[in-house]
Ligand binder design. Structure first.
Ligand SMILES: [Zn+2]
Length: 170
């Protein structure tokens, strides 16, 4: 088989130095002539998506929290101070996080940086609220709801982690 006449040049690709103009091997990070940096260190490939980056998802989560926060009042109280306190605390957490996520989704839609730390704070609050209330409900034998809260808590922990990484690393 004959190589086509317009086959690519066999010599390795070269990177010209932006400072002195000298050609360097394509994979070089520093110029062989003047030592200038030829390319930035590799950026983190996986950029975690947080709710602040996708207002639609953040709005869905907000509606879920608002529904729980304003619908769970039907649940009723047991008369036990710890159990009733956990229900009240969870309801207020859901209201605060629900309203906060509406604000986050608006800020995220407007591409305001402030959305990311606010998103982290709300996701962290939701994680603590879900896992805390879930543990108390579990101890009272409410296994179905506590399992739901465990899943909810883990989802929020993951969202908090994403928002934290996005906040720290831009
Ligand atoms: Zn150079």
């Amino acid at each position: 088989m004959q190589p086509s006449p317009d086959a690519p040049n066999a010599s390795p690709p070269q990177t010209p130095c932006p400072a002195c103009g000298r050609d360097n091997p394509a994979e070089a990070r520093f110029c062989n002539g003047c030592g200038a940096t030829l390319r930035a260190p590799p950026v983190v490939a996986h950029r975690p998506a947080s709710a602040a980056e996708s207002p639609v998802w953040s709005l869905v989560a907000a509606l879920l929290f608002l529904w729980v926060g304003f619908g769970l009042g039907l649940r009723g109280y047991s008369g036990n101070a710890l159990y009733d306190g956990s229900v009240t605390g969870f309801v207020w957490m859901a209201r605060i996080v629900g309203i906060g996520l509406v604000i986050v989704s608006v800020l995220g839609y407007l591409r305001l940086r402030f959305a990311v730390p606010l998103n982290f704070a709300l996701a962290a609050l939701a994680t603590a609220g879900c896992l805390g209330a879930g543990a108390i409900w579990f101890s009272f034998g409410d296994y179905q709801d506590s399992l739901l809260l465990l899943v909810f808590g883990l989802v929020n922990a993951s969202a908090a982690r994403s928002a934290w990484l996005q906040w720290r690393h831009g």
